[in-house]
Structures are given as C-alpha cells and as structure tokens.
Design a protein around this ligand. Structure first.
Ligand code: KIV
Ligand code: ZN
Length: 510
C-alpha cells in the first residue's frame, strides 16, 4: 500500500466558509504561501465561480504557488467548472474539484434530481474538467449519509470518465470512526478502478469526530485527507490539519504512512490563520494550543525534567513552538531585520516597504526593548495592508479615571486630508471607536472585538481583532501595539479600510 498520505488543505475554501472568516485576496495569498512553506500537497484556494473576488483569489494563488497543487472547487455544472478551469490555469500544478450531492435527502430535496440524473451530471462534469486538467477530484457530497450501492455506481462512472481522486465527504459530521472506516474499506474493495485513483476523505466535526473519522479512514486505505489549519470550517469545522499530520507522524506504526509536511511550520500557520480570521485557538487545543506542551503538575514537571519522554510524545520545537526567543532590539540593523524576516518567511516586495517596516520596527523597539519573532510577524502583518489605507491613525489620546466617563480624541488621515474627533464611551476602547465613527460614519456593525497578548510580560504587544459587518459583508481588522487602546483603534481602522476598499466578499455559500 502507498505510504504517502496526501494533505489537502481547504482552509482557504471550507475554512473560509466559517461565518466571519472570509478573507481578502492578499490574506489568502499570505496563508497560501505559508501552506506552501509547510509543504502541504494541495491547496484548495476557493470556489472560483462563487464571485469575481473568489475567482481573482484562486487565480492569484495559482500564480504565486509553485510547490503545491492549487485547486478550485466547482459544482458539477459547466459554468462552475469553466470558471475553476480558468482560475487554476496559471498554476504549476492545478486541480479541479467538482462535487454533486448523492444522499437521498440531498438529491430529492435539494437538487430535485433522480439518481440517474445525478450520475449523468457527474460524468458530464468530469468531461468539462478534462478540458482544463488531468488532475480531477470528484466529491459525493453528503456521502456520509448516502447509500453504499449508489456511491459505488457513481464512483465507478466518474473514474471511467477520468476522475483521479475520489473524495468521500462526511458533510454533516454524522459518521463514527468504525462505521466510516467500513464505508471506505468497502468502496475500495467494490468500486471497479479503485486501484487507479486516490481515495480521499473530508470530515466535518459536528460530533467532534472529524479527526477520528479521517484517521479511521486512513487505516482503511484512504490516502488523502482534507483538512484545515486549526480545524476551521463550516459549523463545528473540518478535521484539523495539525492533528492529522502529527497523529500519522507520531504513530507511523499504526497508520503505516506519512506526510511530506514540514511540521515546524505548523504553529506559524496556526498563528497566521488565527490572526487573519480573528478565530482564537483554545489554550488546550492539541498541538497548537498555548498549553499543548505546558506541564503544570509537579509530578509531570519532575518527570519531564528527568526524562522528557516520560510525559511528552512530541517535541514542541518539532511543531514550530519557539521559546519566545529574543531576536532583535533597538540596536539591530536593517540587514539583520531583513534577514530575520526572510528566515520567518515574510516576503518583502520592495526597498520602500523594507524602509517603512524598518522605521516601524525602530519605533516598536523604543517602546519594547525585547522584540520576539511574534512581534515581527505582527508588525509585518500590519505592514501588508498599509498601501491601501484610506483611514490611518495619526495620533490619539485617551482619558480614563475612576469615577469619570472615559473619553478619547483621535486624529486621522482620511484620504489626502486630516480629521480630528473626540467622543466618550463606556470604556476607553468604546470611546476610541466612537471617536473614529464621528469621522468615518461607516454604518457598520461591530460583531467581534478580541485582544490577545502576542508574547508574555506586561510590555507585550496586544493584538486586537475587530470584526465589522455592513450590508451582508463581513470583514476582520487587525492591529498590534504595546498600548492596547492604540491597537484597538488600528484594528478598527484596518477593518474600515477593508470595507472602504470593497475587497472583501460575502461568505461564498451564504
Ligand atoms: O463538506 C462537503 O461536503 C464539502 C464538499 C464540497 C467537499 O465541503
Ligand atoms: Zn466541507
């Protein structure tokens, strides 16, 4: 049996379908580059036919990524497949992933098609896809609640038509591990041509079983797992990439296969996705949670100090945890700054961008003497949205005293001019947002406000995420600063800039 497990990452497509997780083209590109660095095999970059924004994002990822296959999702209809085919055209290696529902309830109530019509449509879809690429994935949506005989029939037909990967999604997260493994095993045994394709699974986490079901399927012969960073995805999410990868890496004796993933890129990927989407990672989350490698009890600490493997089955550094390494300070030079960014995989596109980022680094180093990798990453994530700024914070002052109403005063650059405003609020952050709104009058609704300390210590930068909605569009803004009110104001303005630029799109399947 093939001992390579293909990791198909769908953070940019299924992950993006989490309410509030929609991403701009540039954010998708940043995540795609990190996924490539992590060496995932396939990046599902979006659903090209969903909107022009989606099409552009898939195309941009296809242009930028060389080491991973870039894939677009498409329903099994001609228009979707042609849009997907055009979007992946620039890819070094491109895939079309087409799907149609196969469960009785979906065929009857949603598609209003007979099983015969569904098979016919699926076969036609493969024919259209073949005009663009030989790498064609077919998914039987809601396979987890489909009849096995019908799955065998449709899979046989699409394999004959040219599908090269057959995906079995548990779309509604209904399956349990042994039963799901039995399904995969019997499909591989029964479907003619099964040995010519890669069998894939795509599990949702409604019962908290997405990873367990995926791993059971791997034991039954699946050789592709579809998953997302931090388990992001529709409703309760998808199988979490980091858990799948580390389970097969740590228990090769059980799974008899491995991935090509560079596991040291897992934690940076998790942080990037969490920062961009504003979805925090719970502290006790396996692999990427802040406590995943923290030993609190005396007995455990004693054991680990005597011999690490008494309580540790993986090494924190192998999944990319660093020990808050001091990397730079106010005396660090421009070259050191540039080369540390390169080591972190942050792309600098021009000397102008480097100069601007370096000036901001010096400002930060004046306020915060020890600069860690996480600080540089936050600084650079701010930097990438700088050129499109319509609103920018020039200066601010806040007043908050026990028994007094907090007030804020802000000076903003708005387009080419300058505007000042002040307001009071229930707290300094509320006051700052209200003062900004005096100028912006955006008509947005605040959906989420969250603050996270980037590193440890009271001089740490606070990283703030603000989620705003307007006319059905949802955007996330980020800002980081040692002053969390300033960080909050920056995050709010970052979100307003995205609304203003109109780059964000609606959640594709809403
Ligand atoms: O959950 C699902 O069924 C999907 C398919 C489109 C693969 O996301
Ligand atoms: Zn899905």
């Amino acid at each position: 049996m093939n001992d390579q497990l293909i990791i198909f990452d769908t953070t940019l497509r299924d992950g993006e379908q989490s309410p509030g997780a929609s991403m701009t083209r540039d954010e998708k590109l940043r995540i795609a580059r990190q996924l490539e660095r992590m060496k995932v095999n396939v990046i599902e970059a979006g659903f090209a036919a969903a909107s022009n924004g989606d099409f552009d994002a898939v195309k941009a990822v296809a242009e930028a990524i060389r080491e991973s296959t870039v894939c677009s999702l498409a329903r099994a209809n001609e228009n979707d497949i042609r849009r997907a085919g055009e979007a992946i055209r620039p890819a070094a290696s491109g895939r079309i992933h087409t799907f149609i529902a196969t469960s009785p309830i979906h065929m009857e109530k949603k598609l209003r098609m007979t099983p015969d019509q569904v098979v016919e449509q699926a076969v036609r879809a493969i024919g259209w896809a073949k005009e663009y690429t030989d790498d064609i994935e077919f998914s039987a949506e809601d396979a987890g609640r489909s009849e096995i005989d019908f799955l065998c029939r449709i899979f046989e037909a699409v394999i004959k038509a040219g599908a090269t990967t057959i995906n079995v999604p548990d779309t509604v997260g209904y399956n349990v591990p042994e039963q799901f493994a039995d399904t995969i095993r019997s499909l591989i045994e029964r479907v003619p041509g099964a040995d010519k394709v890669v069998w894939s699974v795509h599990c949702h986490n409604d019962l908290g079983l997405a990873v367990a079901n995926s791993l059971a399927a791997v034991r039954a012969g699946a050789r592709q797992v579809e998953c997302t960073v931090n388990g992001l995805g529709e409703r309760a999410g998808n199988a979490s990439l980091e858990e799948i990868v580390m389970a097969v890496r740590t228990r090769k004796d059980v799974f008899l296969c491995d991935t090509r993933v560079d596991t040291t890129q897992i934690v940076p990927a998790s942080k990037l996705v969490s920062g961009i989407t504003g979805f925090p990672v719970q502290p006790n989350k396996a692999i990427v949670g802040a406590n995943a490698f923290a030993h609190e009890s005396g007995i455990h600490q004693d054991g680990v100090l005597k011999h690490r493997e008494t309580y540790e089955i993986m090494r924190a550094e192998d999944v990319g945890w660093t020990t808050n390494k001091l990397v730079m300070g106010k005396h660090s030079g421009r070259n050191a700054f540039r080369s540390r960014l390169q080591e972190l995989g942050v792309e600098i596109t021009s000397e102008e961008q480097l100069n601007h980022a370096f000036a901001r680094f010096k400002e930060l180093a004046d306020k915060k003497h020890e600069i860690f990798d996480e600080d540089l990453q936050a600084l650079m994530s701010d930097e990438s949205s700088e050129p499109k700024e319509h609103f920018r914070l020039l200066s601010s002052s806040f007043h908050s005293e026990t028994g007094e109403t907090p007030c804020a005063r802000v000076t903003l650059a708005v387009g080419g001019s300058e505007a000042k405003a002040e307001s009071c609020g229930s707290g300094p952050v509320d006051a700052a947002f209200k003062a900004i709104e005096v100028v912006a009058n955006s008509g947005t609704e605040l959906l989420l406000y969250s603050v996270n300390a980037i590193t440890t210590g009271t001089d740490a930068q606070g990283e703030v995420t603000v989620r705003l909605s307007k006319d059905g569009r949802v955007v996330n803004g980020q800002g980081a600063d040692t002053d969390i009110i300033v960080a909050s104001a920056k995050a709010y303005l970052n979100a307003l800039n995205k609304i203003q630029a109109g780059t964000e799109k609606m959640n594709p399947q809403v």
